[in-house]
Ligand binder design. Sequence first.
Ligand code: MN
Length: 159
Amino acid sequence: MRFVTLPLLLSSMMLFSCQQQEAGQAPSTELQAIFPKGQQGPAELFTGTAYNYGLVPNDSVYTTLVGNVYFEPGARSNWHTHPAGQILIITDGVGYHQIEGQPKEIMRKGDVVKCPPNVKHWHGASADTGLQQMYIVPNTEKGIVEWMEPVSDEVYLQD
Ligand code: MN
């Protein structure tokens, strides 16, 4: 009669699961989320799937808007301007920021990016990895955002 001892059975199961991971599983692209995901951004303003979570609401005392956006891979904002500028703080993932007429710039965890007032730009995730991005909009009495057209795939994929 043949039988397999428990330790041998366990070790062969572990071997099997390791081999399975090597063969099929892509590396995880799950990001470390600090804040809740929030509400999905509307299709009129975003290409792909992005979520916004407000952290500091705009009011007359602070005149500053703070929040977090999670962009899934490939997602990005429409082109837009901020009348008083904007500061981005990247907390995880990989993304892009582009000012009109300039090459797109890569953004990674720990990067701080300033978008100057009234400069047309967009921001979003890379094609393969999502992006966790905090935003700070100062001096909101001047305005928060002026939305424009979507970022085409051609522009998005250009180096
Ligand atoms: Mn912006």
